[in-house]
Design a protein around this ligand. Sequence first.
Ligand code: FES
Length: 111
Amino acid sequence: MTIPYVKHAFVCTHERPADNPRGSCAAKGAEALLKSLKAATNARGLGKTVRVQKSGCLDNCEMGCSMVVYPEAVWYGAVTQADVPEIVDHLAGGAPVQRLRVEGKVSTKTE
Ligand code: FES
């Protein structure tokens, strides 16, 4: 069996009502972010080795847009489209984008 992808990027696109105190990644532009990240990954020729896909809530809502990259389990928060080139560098085999990492930061989750 051949495993085609060496990295997976999961981008939360979960949506909540506008009055929900947790907010949601959808309200912060996650669908557009996902689209840009997919396009940039494919433009870089990584489509056969890197899979970028949507996910449900990653339970890091307050720090959205949220995403995680496996197999390293690198979590990113407050991601915007401006961050896409650096994240694609990471997906291409570069170092994680340290300024976007959320591991160890405290979430203000209330539920
Ligand atoms: S809504 Fe995106 S992490 Fe929860």
